[in-house]
Ligand binder design. Structure first.
Ligand code: FUB
Ligand code: ZN
Length: 639
């Protein structure tokens, strides 16, 4: 009953605000995480781990490291000084609240809901009367603490050092968290704090005409989510304004301020900043229909897909400045920050919503199954910040740690995983009129509210271990729809939607589609098998993808990958670890090698192990969960 009242409130609020909206939207409509119910399987396991382990452990770290106290002190609820090394510590709390809100949707947890209420009480207290909310600034009146951190005067009250300030960045994460909390609970407590802050930022930047350039992009995304939930066009205007004025040249390529955003063609600079910016630019392209924005994100996407993507879907290869490297600069020890992978998913998802082409999901899926979940240990409590593709077993490459770490002084990646993983079901489906898109394969139930009735579908699959995907229609009343079932590029012998990586040999059979057990020849449009029908309870659509072990080689222009090959199975990139292989660094791969694929329920939470005579491989994402030893993704190829 309580949940029903919340849902009614959310719907009423949304309807009221729809009236204010006059701007455009994406041609394709997302199917929100609230409309998808995950069922037991690969992704439910990850989400449950995030809910039960990652989120509570991360909140605990926030408590231990003063991140929660900072709100309490700034709100005058107790006395104390700002704790922490970075001005953006507030954002970790916001991100974990965002993740906890998504997880409340999956499973009702009154204790967690009450804990969030307490945190929101502290956050609201820390908000200054005019709406300003950035605890390092509010607490600056106190003398500097033992960390002598982040020189608050440079960080806050509207942009100190160009390219460095995080007050807008923190605000963006606050807005995203507040919207997620409102959507999950129907409560306005956090949303009202966010709105008050956004109204202040609007006043300062637009009404007063201050050209403040955010030091780290993020607020642009948060404002667009606020716009989406409130329908208040000022937030859209402000988001676009902050992008339009970005080219102040002061911090150059590092923070993508070197050129007007609509003139950028190459992904450069700090990779998380860049990918958050491209994400917001895609939103602006959709909401304003500005062709300059659309053309720019298209060019930038092409640049990354053709020249700057790791085989694991990670981006930001350069350790210097946590940045995108040059074209074709894809070293075997890339930086590939976990946050940059998460942002790559956000960006590619929006590119799909703009264009409806499955190639964006080919990149998204590659990132998701490889360079993103690699950042989280199987028990959900240890993290990688950079995601290397090779390890000698000794180098403390993970921010000074040799192996996974429970936290970092700059802990953006753990909190980003806390928010991303519980939202994953929101990426699986989308719709446009009578077209429904099945983009990711995960056991789930989903409802598509079509004009002439609701289409309810249950998806069953053992992906990524097996290639069968079954959709069963559950609605009693027949409803007409075109089901667009994504045929992954890898299943058609295309490693990526460019010539950056190629399968050396691809032996897989063509994907097969069945409707009610009868094999059909369906048209494939933009990478989707299109299956049209009037669907009623019990109807069944099945896709069989032939999962074969394939070798991947990089484009010859990638110096670091000359003569090397990686191993892929379905969407998964594999690696070899020292624990399964003696003398790992003398192993070479012969293209004629035959592989055995065996599902091992006892290993790494249940994985397919791939073996040939000379090598044993496990999914890349699962490495460093048994011991911290040698690891490699790319192997010399015997010719
Ligand atoms: O600056 C905030 C976050 O900290 C960035 O997005 C990460 O790359 C890390 O530097
Ligand atoms: Zn990070």
């Amino acid at each position: 009953m309580k949940k029903l009242v919340f849902i009614l409130l959310v719907v009423l609020f949304a309807c009221e605000n729809e009236k204010n909206k006059t701007a455009g939207s994406y041609p394709i409509t997302p199917v929100d995480f609230t409309q998808v119910q995950l069922l037991d399987g690969f992704w439910k396991d990850w989400v449950t781990t995030a809910m039960k382990a990652t989120i509570p452990a991360s909140f605990q770290k926030c408590e231990e490291t003063g991140r929660i106290n900072n709100f309490i002190y700034a709100g005058g609820l107790a006395e104390g000084k700002y704790e922490g090394k970075f001005g953006f510590n507030d954002s970790d709390v916001y991100k974990i609240i965002e993740g906890a809100s998504y997880s409340l949707n999956l499973s009702h947890d009154p204790r967690m809901e009450a804990y969030l209420d307490t945190l929101i009480h502290y956050i609201a207290a820390a908000q200054e009367d005019d709406g300003y909310l950035y605890t390092p600034w509010t607490l600056k009146a106190n003398e500097y603490n033992e960390f002598n951190c982040c020189s608050y005067a440079e960080e806050g009250q509207w942009v100190g050092t160009p390219g460095a300030s995080h007050e807008f960045y923190n605000a963006g994460h606050m807005y995203e968290a507040a919207v997620a909390h409102f959507r999950a609970t129907g409560k306005r407590s956090f949303l009202d704090v966010a709105i008050k802050n956004a109204d202040l930022v609007y006043d300062v930047c637009i009404t007063q005409g201050n050209n403040y350039v955010p030091g780290h992009q993020e607020i642009e995304i948060g404002l667009l989510k606020l716009y989406d939930v409130t329908g208040d066009k000022r937030y859209l205007e402000l988001s676009k304004h902050l992008l339009d004025i970005r080219a102040d040249h002061s911090s150059g390529e590092y923070s993508q301020a070197h050129l007007p955003v609509t003139e950028q063609s190459e992904a450069v600079g700090h990779a998380v900043r860049a990918n958050y910016m491209y994400t917001a630019m895609a939103d602006i392209a959709a909401f304003t229909k500005d062709p300059g924005y659309l053309n720019a994100v298209d060019r930038l996407w092409k640049n990354v897909a053709e020249k700057k993507l790791s085989v694991t879907g990670g981006v930001g290869a350069s350790h210097e400045g946590e940045a995108y490297g040059d074209n074709y600069e894809l070293p075997n020890h890339p930086y590939n920050e976990t946050c940059a992978s998460i942002a790559n998913v956000y960006w590619n998802y929006r590119m799909f919503l703009l264009h409806g082409d499955s190639k964006y999901f080919d990149v998204l899926e590659r990132t998701l199954y490889n360079g993103l979940i690699s950042g989280l240990s199987l028990d959900g409590k240890l993290f990688f910040y950079p995601n290397t593709l090779e390890h000698d077993g000794k180098n403390p490459f993970n921010q000074g740690v040799n192996g996974r770490s429970p936290w970092f002084s700059c802990s953006c990646c753990p909190s980003n995983l806390s928010r991303f993983i519980p939202s994953v079901a929101g990426y699986a489906y989308a719709m446009k009129d009578e077209d429904i898109y099945v983009n990711l394969f995960m056991n789930s139930e989903v409802a598509f509210p079509l004009k002439k009735g609701t289409l309810n579908i249950q998806q069953e699959t053992a992906y990524p271990w097996k290639g069968g995907i079954k959709l069963t229609v559950q609605n009693e009343k027949p409803v007409h729809a075109r089901i667009r079932l994504r045929v992954p590029g890898w299943a058609e012998g295309k490693a990526v939607p460019s010539d950056l990586f190629l399968f050396t040999q691809f032996a897989g059979e063509a994907p097969a589609i069945f409707v009610n057990d009868e094999k059909i020849q369906s048209a494939v449009e933009d990478g989707y098998a299109v299956i049209e029908g009037k669907w009623k309870k019990g109807d069944m659509i099945r896709m069989e993808l032939d999962m074969e072990v394939s070798l991947v080689e990089a484009n010859r222009k990638v110096e670091a990958k000359k003569g090397l090959a990686a191993v892929q199975y379905g969407p998964l990139v594999y690696c070899a670890e020292g624990v399964d292989n003696e003398d790992l660094f003398s192993i070479a791969i012969d293209p004629a090698d035959k592989y055995n694929v065996e599902y091992r329920p006892d290993l790494l939470g249940g994985v397919n192990m791939i073996s040939s005579e000379g090598i044993n491989l496990v999914p890349y994402y699962s490495w460093a969960n048994r011991e911290i030893g040698k690891m490699r993704v790319w192997f010399p190829l015997e010719k």
